[in-house]
Design a protein. Sequence first.
Length: 190
Amino acid sequence: MCSITVHEYYRRVCAALGPAKAKSVFSDLTEISVGLGTVGARRRPDYHRAVPETSLAQVLRSRGLRMTPQRQLVLDAVRRLGHATPEQVHALVQQAADSVNITTVYRSLELLEQLGLVTHTHLSHGAPTYHPAEDHQHVHLVCRSCGAVADADPELLRPVAERLHTERGFQVDIAHIALFGRCADCEADQ
């Protein structure tokens, strides 16, 4: 397994963001993972500890692309948030690096999806919602009343998917399915 030291990662962040911004990023992290594990608020990282390179770095290198701190921050934010819109990802990334703009987040999400590291679904008429691709495949249950999103086992829809494939030759992408209704809590409140 390939690894880099925290010092090397810090050097790369300095090169990408500049020394002042990198120092700010590393000193002001508030429970955000930046490829080094979770760093507590206001704690200085141990610059001599060896850390494994992320799968993102390996995937990017294998395709001839550069690893950037911004891409790592976006991937880490998606992993931390679970289901998140680009705006939610941007808000979390800005806690660590306020110079990262929304366009960078959108471009990073698009690249991460092409690389197979995140996937998206449309849970409403607004922006798509992203989640880590390593999460198990699931159906999204969206409450129209409170907006809560829950996961359901895709086996629930397997008979429908198989019937569509048999009768129409249509292959259902279960990871992109969102069912809308009312959650149990909202039903109980009625």
